[in-house]
Design a protein around this ligand. Sequence first.
Ligand code: SF4
Length: 104
Amino acid sequence: MGGIQQMRDDFSSHNSHVLIKWLGRDRAWEEKVNQRREVMAKVVSIDLGECNDCEGCIEICPEVFRRNESMGYIEVVELDEYPEEEVLEAINICPADCIGWEYI
Ligand code: SF4
């Protein structure tokens, strides 16, 4: 075999190796990120610039969200661990899409 078909096969084979190499890097990177996440604290955050003050999060999850009475904005209660399901529900109902997880 030779000619154009050989070149195509070589090119295809070369690209497969490159792709496999990159996928391997992606997996290694993903594992590193996951390992790092395991040692990081997962906390809830609110983008106050986007918050419209509807209090939906407080209704859904009052153990995590509250109004800071002196400053007037919604804040996140400092907890060692956050209830995943309730926070997820608050994230899903937030009309401003301004609640999220942060790794610190
Ligand atoms: S649900 Fe979202 S927009 Fe409404 S108060 Fe909470 S953070 Fe703000």
